[in-house]
Unconditional design. Structure first.
Length: 267
């Protein structure tokens, strides 16, 4: 195991729960953090730490002694700006600044397709495209990617930013036929993100080997990510769903319904 201690933030979240099991082979000790309660309590070779990413001192403590960070902790849907600010924007700064202070050399950042959500579904993108965030959530992930880029240029801390599509047990709708990332492919991608040398700041799209894709991963070829699953096996089930109306954002934009979320309350 090349890593003694790996940190997974957001360990009680949708993907965090899945990864807690799947990351076990990759480190002697898996340190797990979340703002919420994590059940079950720490097992063998695990450390469980309750931590609010908005709390700088707590994040600095959290990161002491880790060799690499999988940063999955964040508000994960569109919310008012003030809710995104603490965990996602201050949080990503706290993580990188603590990484610098404690000499952590590798971060895997759970970015999102919502950094490019305002592109249409008939547009094809690679990692160098201009970002078109589809809300405050997408903006926070875009900021996280810039943070990763800055900490590499300034301090040599390497990051792979994964623009995760839709990582669920199976695709839930037509859009996800293109954006779906299976848990097995996510796990394989994380392994590549941790083990590939000299990644600098690499941006990769997190999607399975789906038939109709919008994203080109050739600029991240050095990672050696070879997805094995495909949303095709779910096609009949998904196509049995009614087709969304022609003006439904779910049918038009890569970010789907996120592009039309909000405004919230007083925004
Ligand atoms: C995301 O970034 C969200 O965290 C997730 O819940 C899904 O909505 C996903 O994007 C998606 O676009 O399908």
């Amino acid at each position: 195991r090349p890593f003694n201690r790996l940190l997974l933030t957001g360990a009680a979240g949708g993907l965090g729960k899945v990864l807690r099991e799947r990351l076990r082979p990759y480190a002697n000790i898996l340190r797990l953090s979340d703002i919420g309660e994590m059940a079950p309590a720490a097992g063998p070779h695990e450390e469980v730490v309750r931590c609010d990413l908005a709390d700088k001192a707590a994040v600095h403590q959290l990161i002491e002694g880790v060799d690499a960070i999988l940063h999955f902790g964040s508000v994960s849907v569109e919310r008012p700006f003030e809710e995104i600010l603490g965990a996602n924007i201050c949080g990503v700064f706290h993580v990188y600044e603590a990484a610098r202070r404690h000499g952590v050399k590798r971060v895997v950042f759970a970015s999102s397709n919502h950094v490019i959500g305002f592109y249409k579904q008939d547009e094809h993108l690679d990692a160098n495209c201009l970002r078109r965030p589809d809300g405050y959530y997408g903006l926070s992930k875009s900021y996280g990617e810039d943070m990763a880029s800055f900490y590499f240029d300034r301090y040599g801390i390497e990051t792979v930013s994964i623009r995760i599509g839709s990582s669920f047990p199976e695709p839930a709708n037509r859009r996800m036929m293109s954006t779906w990332l299976s848990y097995d492919d996510l796990t394989h991608l994380l392994e590549r993100c941790l083990y590939t040398p000299n990644v600098g700041h690499t941006v990769v799209y997190g999607m399975s080997d789906n038939r109709d894709v919008w994203w080109d991963n050739s600029k991240a070829a050095h990672l050696g990510f070879k997805p094995k699953d495909s949303s095709e096996v779910f096609r009949d089930k998904i196509e049995a769903q009614p087709m969304p109306a022609a003006d439904d954002p779910a049918r038009i934009y890569q970010g789907g319904a996120f592009v039309a979320a909000g405004p919230f309350g007083d925004d």
